[in-house]
Every structure is written in structure tokens, then in C-alpha cells.
Ligand binder design. Structure first.
Ligand code: BG6
Length: 483
């Protein structure tokens, strides 16, 4: 066989977003309140408010009917701008656009029998707008949010009951969007669940570390079962659709060739790939038995859970890639950022404005590692640079730093394709500026399109093309040859 020379003809170029970071319209057309909409914005770039939620902070948020402190309630008002935005994506030549569906638009409280027709209709319109331009929707079913009612009623994914609520939701989606959506994903960055509220929808701030681990891994088990059931539903209802899992890939290197560091890094890598081991291979890997035992975690499983997981393996592995880190056995390791994935500092790498360690070669390494391990198609569904952009007086944004970042990652991705990795596509994170997941800031911008809105929610919401807009258009038109 010959070595591939570049990206496949049907390579899915495009961009990725999430409902709670773009839609706004948080209380329109019957939508219920979501877990993302009770998380306050961070005070600074490095204050990660994302998972600091308590019963009191939720009560305070419910009483507050404004979006002032809760930017995920306003997003960038995609709900009313979707036609304009998708048109701009089409102008760049997008082949795919990733969005998530807000569960609470379809089932406002999460436990109703009948769906909210207006919610289904909104996504009907979004998908048909995409198809008008030949853009394939790539849909995340759960992206860092759920109906808040399920938190209040049963502490989110801590409860096994949530599996039934979720699979009722997924069945509704597969039936309704059959033949319309070809690419699905169950849980965004499923590994973020061990970080707390954003993934679990469960309030656990008063628990000690061991109790937190117990709750979060149990919640994760419920998500594994729910995801596997959704995969089976999807295959039964729409055999032409493909459904994947989604991991936040954290590429890890040993700090030194000392075997102790190498082993420590190997464990870190296992703890990251554990999730895809379950969802792609269909069973819990042995090393987790030891980890659970040593960390006081005892999972409650029902008799057929293992079989469900085995029968619900995914068609492809999607992942986000932003940074790498190193691991050592040092007693006081030097950390590189306040990011939710922060690891140890690598002296060979530069960092973004938010302290994320930039490592394009790490993407090639990750792609090779995951292809070797799993042999299922891979899909980069997030990658990009969050930076502070400046809109000039004549409405331009000169974001050459963003172009550099993306160029280097695409180059390395191309190397991985030449290495033989099977890659479905590349979606940049936030092709249009949006609300940050970790800090809820607007000023952390990823887009090819600038949105006139500041951290306080002030601005015209007008959209402006940045320099990177024309660059990405050229990249897509040349199928990744002109970088
Ligand atoms: C991923 C999430 O973790 O990274 C996205 O799936 C998120 O929702 C993206 O926006 C970038 O993170 P942040 O915190 O810069 O928005």
C-alpha cells in the first residue's frame, strides 16, 4: 500500500460549538433552566468558577432572573442569529458544523413524557439551514449541561434514574432527526465528569475527597451505561447514522527518562484513556480495578450493565485537543496553568494568554497513539486558540497568532494521516466567538468571526470577519494543502 499523501476527499472541515455557549434565549419557547445557567462567571481569567456550585449558589441563581452574572444564559444569541452565522460558515466552505442540543429545550424539566415541540423545531430549522449549504451537522447530545430540575430532584447523574430520563431524550432525538443528522456524539469530554458539577450535574461540594471520587465515578458509570444504550438505540433507529464518544485528550510525557517518571506518566495516560477504553473497547480496563480499590471507590453495577456497555461500543472516537503536559514523581511539581487540565510545566513549550501549553506535535503523537490502540476512525472535534482579540477602528481583527496556532496543528495532523491514521475530520473550537466554558468570559475568543459583545454582555452583537476567516477558507478550499 502507498503512503497517503494528504487528507481524504470527504474530510470534514468545519467548526464546533455548544448550546450553552452560543444560543442565549435561555427562557424562550418553553426551555427549562439548565445546570450551565446557574454557574457564575469567573472574576478573572484564572478563576475557574465552572465547578464551584453549592445548594446555596443554585438557590441564588434561580432567584436571579437576569443574565448579568450568568453569561451562558445569553451566549452570543445564536438562537436569533443562526441564519446569519451559518451563512458565514458556508462562506468559509464548512463541510461540517458541530452543535449540541440543549436537553432542556426538548424536555424542560428532563422527566416529561412528551417533548417540547418548539425545542425540536428550533433544531429542525438549524439543521435545514446547514443542509441548504451542504454542511453536515455533527451533534453532541450532552455538552456540559442538563435540565436543572434533574439536579434538584435526584442530584443529576449521581442517580441511576437519570439513565432512563436520558435515554427517553435520546430516543426522541433519533426518531425525530432520523435521516437528518448523520453524526452524533453522546457526552462531550466525558472525562471532565471527574471534575464535578459540569459533568455530573450533581452537587457535591460538602463531600470529602474520597466521597467525591465515589460519587463522580458512580455518576460516570451511569453515563457509560446511558451512552451505550443510546448507541444501541441510534443503530436500531437510523442504521445510516454514526455515533461516537468524545474525550478531552490530555497528552502526557514523562518529565525525565527516569523509569519512575515514565511509569507515573503511563498511569496519567491510562487515567485519560480509561474512558475511551470503556466506550470503544466495551469494557472497564483492569488497571481501573486497582485504581478504584486504592482510592476507595466501589461501583454499584446492575447485572446487565457490563453487557450493555459491551453492546454499545461507538463507531468513531472524537476528541478535543488543546495542550499537553508532563508528569514526574517530584514532590513539588511546577504547574503550568490554572486550567481544568493543568499538569506540569514543559520547558520546551509556549503557553497561550490563558496559560494553556501549546503543543502541535502532541496532536500527532495523540493521533498515532489512539489509532494504534483502538483502530476506529478518529475525529478532531475541537482545537483552537483562546486569545484576547482587538477590533480595530475599521472593524478588523488581525489574528495572525491564531492562524499560526491552527496552521501548526493542521500540519501535524497531516503528518499523522501520512503515518496511516484514519481521520474523519477537523473542527476548530468556536469558529465564531462564544462564551468560555471554564470561565464564562466573552474575552476568551476562538473565532474566525468576531462578535461585538464584552464580558459584561454589552455590545451590538454584530459579527465581523477576522483575518483568519479568509485563511481558513483557503485551507478548506485546498483540502489542507494551502496553509
Ligand atoms: C472544551 C469544551 O473543554 O474546551 C468546550 O468542550 C470549551 O466547551 C473548550 O469551550 C475551550 O475551553 P474554554 O474554557 O476556553 O472555553
Amino acid at each position: 500500500k502507498n503512503m497517503p499523501t494528504g487528507f481524504a476527499k470527504d474530510f470534514l472541515w468545519g467548526g464546533a460549538t455548544a448550546a450553552n455557549q452560543i444560543e442565549g434565549a435561555w427562557n424562550e419557547d418553553g426551555k427549562g433552566l439548565t445546570t450551565a445557567e446557574v454557574v457564575k462567571k469567573a472574576a478573572t481569567h484564572h478563576d475557574l468558577s465552572m465547578n464551584t456550585v453549592s445548594q446555596e449558589s443554585i438557590a441564588e441563581a434561580i432567584a436571579d432572573k437576569t443574565d448579568e452574572m450568568y453569561p451562558k444564559r445569553r451566549g452570543i444569541d445564536f438562537y436569533h442569529h443562526y441564519q446569519e452565522d451559518i451563512k458565514l460558515f458556508a462562506e468559509m466552505g464548512f463541510k461540517a458544523f458541530r452543535i449540541s442540543i440543549a436537553w432542556a429545550r426538548i424536555f424542560p424539566k428532563g422527566d416529561e413524557k412528551e417533548p417540547n415541540a418548539a425545542g425540536l423545531e428550533f433544531y429542525d430549522k438549524v439543521f435545514s439551514e446547514c443542509h441548504k449549504y451542504g454542511i453536515e451537522p455533527v451533534v453532541t447530545i450532552s455538552h456540559y449541561e442538563m435540565p436543572l430540575n434533574l439536579t434538584l430532584k435526584q442530584n443529576g447523574w449521581a442517580s441511576r434514574q437519570t439513565i432512563d430520563n436520558f435515554t427517553h431524550y435520546t430516543e426522541t432525538l433519533f426518531q425525530h432527526y432520523k435521516g437528518v443528522v448523520k453524526y452524533w456524539m453522546t457526552f462531550n469530554e466525558i472525562n471532565a465528569i471527574t471534575g464535578g458539577f459540569t459533568g455530573t450535574g450533581a452537587v457535591d461540594n460538602e463531600l470529602n475527597l474520597e466521597q467525591k471520587a465515589q460519587l463522580r465515578f458512580q455518576a460516570l458509570h451511569h453515563q457509560f451505561v446511558a451512552s451505550a444504550l443510546a448507541v444501541q438505540q441510534c443503530h436500531a433507529i437510523d442504521p445510516n447514522a454514526k455515533i461516537g464518544c468524545m474525550l478531552a485528550r490530555a497528552q502526557n510525557y514523562p518529565k525525565t527518562p527516569n523509569p519512575k517518571d515514565v511509569r507515573a506518566a503511563q498511569l496519567q495516560d491510562q487515567l485519560n484513556l480509561f474512558y475511551t477504553d470503556v466506550q470503544v473497547r466495551g469494557e472497564y480496563p483492569e488497571y481501573m480495578n486497582r485504581y478504584f480499590q486504592e482510592n476507595g471507590v466501589a461501583l454499584q453495577m446492575q447485572a446487565d450493565d457490563e453487557q450493555i456497555i459491551k453492546n454499545g461500543t461507538v463507531d468513531y472516537l472524537a476528541f478535543s485537543y488543546y495542550m499537553s503536559s508532563i508528569t514526574s514523581t517530584d514532590s513539588k511539581p511546577e504547574k503550568f496553568a490554572d486550567s481544568f487540565m493543568a499538569g506540569e510545566k514543559n520547558p520546551y513549550l509556549e503557553t497561550s494568554d490563558w496559560g494553556w501549553q501549546i503543543d502541535p506535535i502532541g496532536l500527532r503523537i495523540s493521533l498515532n497513539e489512539m489509532w494504534d490502540r483502538y483502530r476506529v476512525p478518529l475525529f478532531v472535534v475541537e482545537n483552537g486558540l483562546g486569545a484576547e482579540d482587538k477590533l480595530t477602528d475599521d472593524y478588523q481583527v488581525h489574528d495572525s497568532y491564531r492562524i499560526d496556532y491552527l496552521r501548526q496543528h493542521i500540519q501535524q495532523m497531516k503528518e499523522a494521516v501520512k503515518d496511516g491514521v484514519q481521520l474523519m475530520g477537523y473542527l476548530t473550537w468556536g469558529p465564531i466567538d462564544l462564551i468560555s466554558a471554564s470561565t464564562s468570559e466573552m474575552s476568551k475568543r476562538y473565532g474566525f468571526i468576531y462578535v461585538d459583545q464584552d464580558d459584561a454582555g454589552q455590545g451590538t452583537l454584530k459579527r465581523y470577519k477576522k483575518d483568519s476567516f479568509d485563511w481558513y477558507k483557503k485551507v478548506i478550499a485546498s483540502n489542507g494543502e494551502e496553509l
